[in-house]
Design a protein around this ligand. Structure first.
Ligand code: GDP
Ligand code: MN
Length: 344
């Protein structure tokens, strides 16, 4: 394998080329996006930034997934902004469609009812997307050999140089879930999510760990806080999503029908699972990865971090975020306490 050691501002970086992938010192990890052909320019902008800020020094592969075939234009357009290996895949049909646990008529009614209640309230495809990202993306054949994924989206911004490998940071610190932004979910989209979650906990106590971070999502009175990790960015140890506990939880939620009758997002679902099944020490705020998704952004204000970033002043949401404050304040609780919450 051919690697060049190049020196940038005095620091050593390893410049891996396409041919190195698979036998270099990269982890089994990739950037992954579910995306539509029409989002090519937004996807190119994201990839270009990730390359400039991070990946040109590493060469981690990209995986693009779509419920339709990618066009040649899309593939070429992406390949023209990165030298890293790029894979394009179509979703298995059984991963994208109406769940067997809901009925078409009731789904139509729900879309009609919710159309003007919240964003994407009347969208069927948005619900397929959320369900896919909740319970299927990590089962795609192209992700089979991955230990970690970094979810990316079109039209987001990466504001800071990332002078280290976040995947290795996850591994070295035994982290399972990494995030950048913690908003408050619109309660109307998740009206019964906690009700079903608490039932799952009560019926499946063996899946609960000795300690968990559940107090971040459910307060002392067992009220859902609606805090969540914004999953348009997430770096995850995929053994978490592939675990028996997560699969059981996803299946339970799918059976409850809320991906369609309500509009459960993959962000609140991933977050609920992380809070219930992980400990605080296994979850990490990548404060140094300045990031923006249309709507909100996170821009570090610590001088050592900020020096590597160029962010607009309106990207400092995280220092005002109620959920981020709560994230800092609450601690793990014991399994019996978590079960008491579920019973309240
Ligand atoms: P938002 O971030 O919640 O507003 O939702 P987005 O429209 O950004 O969708 C989330 C991700 O899923 C993005 O990467 C989209 O490109 C992708 N996505 C959403 N709907 C579809 C779809 O119907 N097909 C495909 N292939 N990708 C989709
Ligand atoms: Mn988005």
């Amino acid at each position: 394998a051919h690697t060049d050691d190049i020196s940038i501002t005095g620091q050593k970086y390893t410049n891996t080329t396409l041919a190195d992938h698979g036998n270099s010192n990269l982890l089994r990890a990739a950037m992954v996006a579910l995306v539509r052909n029409k989002e090519l320019q937004g996807m190119r902008a994201t990839v270009r930034q990730l390359e400039d800020r991070f990946n040109r020094n590493y060469g981690y592969p990209y995986i693009f997934l779509n419920d339709e075939e990618f066009t040649e234009e899309f593939k070429e357009g992406i390949q023209s902004v990165t030298n890293a290996p790029v894979y394009f895949g179509k979703l298995p049909e059984e991963h994208w469609g109406l769940s067997q646990y809901v009925t078409e008529d009731k789904v139509k009614e729900a879309l009609e009812y919710n159309r003007n209640r919240y964003l994407y309230g009347g969208s069927y495809s948005y619900r397929l997307m959320c369900r896919y990202q909740s319970g299927f993306v990590y089962k795609h054949p192209l992700l089979k050999d991955l230990d970690y994924y970094w979810r990316i989206e079109p039209d987001v911004n990466y504001y800071c140089d990332i002078p280290y490998d976040p995947f290795k940071y996850m591994r070295d610190n035994e982290l399972i879930y990494g995030f950048t932004i913690t908003p408050l979910e619109n309660g109307k989209t998740v009206e019964t999510l906690w009700e079903h979650t608490r039932k799952w906990m009560i019926e499946n106590p063996d899946f609960l760990q000795e300690k968990s971070f559940i107090h971040w999502v459910v307060n002392e009175k067992a009220v859902y806080t609606r805090c969540h990790f914004w999953s348009n960015f997430e770096i995850v140890d995929l053994s978490f999503y592939r675990s028996e506990a997560y699969e059981s939880y996803f299946q339970y939620l799918d059976r409850a029908g809320g991906f369609f009758y309500e509009r459960w997002g993959d962000a609140p679902v991933h977050s609920m699972a992380a809070a219930i099944l992980l400990r605080k020490e296994q979850i990490h705020w990548f404060e140094d990865i300045g990031y923006r998704h249309p709507g909100i952004g996170s821009c570090p204000n610590k001088p050592d971090m900020a020096a590597r970033c160029v962010c607009p002043p309106n990207a400092n949401y995280m220092y005002r975020s109620h959920c981020n404050r709560r994230y800092g304040e609450v601690n793990n609780i014991l399994k019996h306490q978590a079960l008491e919450l579920a019973h309240m």
